[in-house]
Design a protein. Structure first.
Lengths: 217, 219
C-alpha cells in the first residue's frame, strides 16, 4: 500500500539517508529505529508529505502522495513528538478540535468515551496546562482511539508514557493492524505487537544502505 | 472546517484575553499621546488625526500578527493543520478571520471614540470607522504572509515589521486619504473604493501566499 522509492533526505547539507526502498503491505507494523539524528523524524515527516523528498518518491496505493494531496490526508493520522495539545483548552476540547481539524466530527460523548479508554477519566474538563507530560501525551493519543485512517504515522509517541499506557497503545496498534491498517512507528522502546506482520527499519548504520533488515509475519 | 478553525481560535483568544487587550490598549495609548504632546491646537490636531490613527492601527496590528501562527507552530498543531483533508487556503483564511475578529475589530470599534480627542466631526468619525473597517482585513491578510514567512525565526517580530509595513503603504494612503477628504469636506468615496479593491485583492491572493509560505516554513 505504501511504497518508498529511492528516497533520499538531506538536512543541513548532510545526507541522512539515500536510496531508501521499501514497501509496506496492509496490516504491517513498521518500527523505525536508529540513534539520535539518524533521520527518523525526517523519514516520518516525508512519509506524511510534510517534508518534500530530496530525491525519490513516496507512493500511496501506487500514486505519488504529492499528486494525491488531500485524498492522502484522509487516510493518514500523524502524531508528531510535539503533540499538538493546547494548554488553554481542556483535554476534551483538545480532542474534539484535533478531530475536527482532521475532518471527523466528534460528539461530546464520543470524545469522553475515547478519553476514558485512554485513562483520562475525570480529567476531561481540566485545562491541559494542569496535566502532566504523560497525561498530555495520552490526550494526544486519544485521537488514535477515534481515528479510522488506514495509515498511522507515530513519532516517539511512547515518550513519557507509563507501562499501562504503553500497553494500551500496543492494543490499539494490534486492533488497527488486524483491521488491515498500517502503522509506522519511530520509537526506542520495544513494542510487542502480535497482530499483523512486522518490519524493522534501521536507520543510520551506513548512509544509503538503510532498509528493512528484519521482517517476520 | 473553516468554522472549526475560527471557533477554536476565538476560544483560545478568550482564554488568553490579556494578549488581546494589550493590542487594544497599545492602540488607544499611542493615539492619545499625540493630543497630549501637541496641545490643544484644534486645527493642527484635526489635520494630523487620520494619519495618526491609521499609523497606530498599523503598529498595533504588528503586535498581534506574530501570534497568528507562532503558538500553533510551537506545539505542533500547525503540522496537523497542514495534514487536514481540506485545502490549506481555508485553514489560513479561518485563522486570519479569527485574528481580525479578535485583534482588529475592537480597534475599529473604539477608533471613533478616541477620534473625538482630535476634534473630528461626527461624519468624519463615521468615515474613519468605515475606512478602518474596510482596511483592517487587509492588514490581517497581508500580515499573515509575513507571520508565515518569519515562523520559527529568532527576532521574527522585527523582521515581520520590516517585511510587512512597506506593503501596508497603499492601505495607509487610501485609508487616511478617505478620512482626510472627509475633513476637507470632499467626497471620500474614491479612496474608500480603492480601499475596497485592495481588500478584495488581498483576500484572494494573501491566503494563497500564506499557505505557500507555511509549507516552506514547516519543511
Amino acid at each position: 500500500m505504501l511504497e518508498v522509492i529511492n528516497l533520499a533526505c538531506i538536512r543541513g547539507g548532510r545526507t541522512l539517508f539515500g536510496d531508501l526502498n521499501f514497501s509496506i503491505p496492509a496490516g504491517t507494523f513498521v518500527q523505525v529505529t536508529g540513534g539520535n539524528g539518524t533521520g527518523k523524524t525526517s523519514l516520518l515527516r516525508t512519509l506524511c508529505g510534510l517534508l518534500p523528498p530530496e530525491r525519490g518518491e513516496v507512493r500511496w496505493q501506487g500514486t505519488d502522495i504529492r499528486k494525491l494531496g488531500e485524498d492522502f490526508a484522509t487516510s493518514l493520522t500523524y502524531l508528531g513528538h510535539r503533540n499538538g495539545i493546547k494548554e488553554e483548552l481542556t483535554a476534551l476540547e483538545n480532542l474534539r478540535v484535533s478531530c475536527g481539524l482532521a475532518g471527523s466530527k466528534l460528539t461530546r460523548d464520543q470524545a469522553k468515551d475515547a478519553l476514558t479508554k485512554i485513562g483520562l477519566a475525570g480529567k476531561e474538563d481540566l485545562p491541559a496546562r494542569f496535566l502532566s507530560e504523560g497525561q498530555r501525551r495520552r490526550a494526544a493519543l486519544a485521537r488514535l482511539v477515534t481515528s479510522d485512517a488506514t495509515l498511522w504515522v507515530l513519532d516517539e509517541v511512547l515518550a513519557s508514557l507509563d507501562t499501562a499506557a504503553v500497553g494500551f497503545v500496543n492494543s490499539l496498534l494490534e486492533k488497527h493492524l488486524s483491521n488491515g491498517g498500517i502503522a509506522v512507528v519511530a520509537t526506542h522502546q520495544e513494542l510487542n505487537v502480535s497482530a499483523g506482520s512486522f518490519q524493522r527499519l534501521q536507520l543510520g548504520e551506513v548512509a544509503g544502505s538503510a532498509g528493512p533488515i528484519e521482517s517476520h509475519s | 472546517m473553516f468554522r472549526w478553525i475560527v471557533t477554536r481560535d476565538l476560544m483560545l483568544a478568550w482564554r488568553r484575553r490579556a494578549d488581546v487587550l494589550s493590542t487594544l490598549f497599545f492602540f488607544v495609548i499611542v493615539v492619545s499621546l499625540f493630543p497630549l504632546g501637541i496641545g490643544p491646537e484644534t486645527q493642527l490636531l484635526r489635520s494630523i488625526a487620520p494619519g495618526v490613527v491609521w499609523v497606530a492601527a498599523l503598529l498595533a496590528s504588528m503586535l498581534s500578527l506574530g501570534r497568528v501562527f507562532e503558538n500553533d507552530y510551537a506545539d505542533g498543531t500547525l503540522e496537523q493543520m497542514l495534514l487536514t483533508p481540506q485545502p490549506l487556503y481555508l485553514v489560513v483564511l479561518g485563522k486570519v478571520v479569527a485574528q481580525w475578529l479578535v485583534s482588529e475589530v475592537p480597534l475599529v470599534l473604539i477608533a471613533p471614540l478616541i477620534g473625538v480627542q482630535f476634534g473630528l466631526a461626527s461624519d468624519t468619525l463615521f468615515i474613519l470607522f468605515i475606512s478602518l473597517l474596510m482596511g483592517t482585513p487587509v492588514l490581517s491578510l497581508i500580515g499573515s504572509i509575513g507571520a508565515a514567512l518569519t515562523l520559527g525565526l529568532r527576532g521574527g517580530g522585527v523582521l515581520i515589521a520590516l517585511l510587512i509595513l512597506p506593503l501596508y503603504i497603499p492601505v495607509l494612503i487610501f485609508g487616511a486619504g478617505a478620512v482626510d477628504a472627509s475633513i476637507m469636506g470632499a467626497d471620500p468615496q474614491a479612496n474608500l473604493l480603492l480601499l475596497a479593491a485592495v481588500s478584495v485583492l488581498s483576500m484572494v491572493f494573501a491566503p494563497w501566499a500564506t499557505s505557500a509560505a507555511l509549507r516552506i516554513s514547516l519543511e
